[in-house]
Design a protein around this ligand. Sequence first.
Ligand code: C2E
Ligand code: MG
Ligand code: MG
Length: 385
Amino acid sequence: GDAVARIGGDEFVMMSGGAIDQEGAGRLAQRLVDAASQPMQIGTHEIQVSASVGVALFPDDGDENRVLVCADTAMYAAKHAGRNTWRVYATEMDGGGPDILGMQRAIRRALDNDEFVLHYQPKVAALDGSLRGVEALIRWQDPERGVVSPGEFIPVAERFGLINAIGFWTLREACGQIRSWQHAGWRIPVAVNLSPQQFRQPDLVERVRACIDEFDIDPGLLALEITESVVMESSSSVRRVLEELKAMGVTLSIDDFGTGYSCLAYLCRLPARQLKIDRTFVIDMDHVAEARHVVEAVIRLAHSLRMEVVAEGVERPEQVVTLRSLGCDLIQGYYFSRPVPAAGIEALMQGDQLTEQSARVHALAERLRADSGYGCPPALELAAG
Ligand code: C2E
Ligand code: MG
Ligand code: MG
């Protein structure tokens, strides 16, 4: 008579009815942990998983609105205790984490009420600061919480199976933006982030195609950013999806490169056109020689595979100068612009703000060269004119 449900990725809820007390619930939890940790034979592999269980009692710990939050809190306590174990909810456990179930409900409402917006961050040419594209970054204007950053709500959306709805909203919105810019006479490539779960949806390719058709846009203006860990799954289905997207004319970009594990043999065969070096390497580049060497090596590697390189999280002019000297193609970061509403990009296109910034970069490069004798290699100076 117990009910079991899967509520997200790797999370399950079990409701056990009847007069079960704390001790009985604990025994049940231990049986679940033991059962989950039994090794399984799958083909030639022996596989073992662990489970962390949180227990809450209804109605003692909370009413129907709260009891799941309590179980979730207890589950996190079990994880903190080293996993593969269980914990019973206690009020002292509260306050440790955000109210994720409340947030989950709010995300569902946000989708219905159109509370999401896209902001756009320029990707500019390292050499002259000209706009080469933008990355669409989602923002949530929650009436109660204010602006919530994607770093906070995307993981919750992923846990509760809401990321597809959000991801496809983003894709349509971005395609609509490409179209209105195209109508205004601007061909601005827009990159959309795809979550790993979205990438594994069997209808991803059809959905992308449907968006391109609906808005009648040039597929070459749509880029999809996929994290390194996903593209590196060398399964045949991942490879097929990447090939189909490429055949459609969509640009593929590997996001946050350097934070996961890359198989170099596989990287060679990947139909991606752009590689984005993660911000963590860019941050340290000026004062940690090793970080600079990594950036340099990644740029060389990408170029030898005929991929374009974007440096993420560029905040200071010194970083721009170093990246230019290393031959990095594109730069994205607060130094040029924070993510801004679409109108901000239009203002950039109309005005000459980027030109001013690139003039600043040129001036700085000159000064650094004069001060330290350090500057661009000759080939780049020629290219920079
Ligand atoms: P990401 O794709 O790597 O995006 C870059 C993040 O770095 C953005 O954070 C951007 O605002 C931030 N950033 C850019 N330049 C700088 C800089 O100079 N300094 C610093 N400190 N940060 C910089 P944001 O917008 O908070 O997004 C965080 C992550 O959330 C994104 O990382 C992306 O993985 C995810 N995300 C954002 N929008 C979407 C979306 O529509 N769908 C999906 N699935 N994920 C999204
Ligand atoms: Mg991205
Ligand atoms: Mg990134």
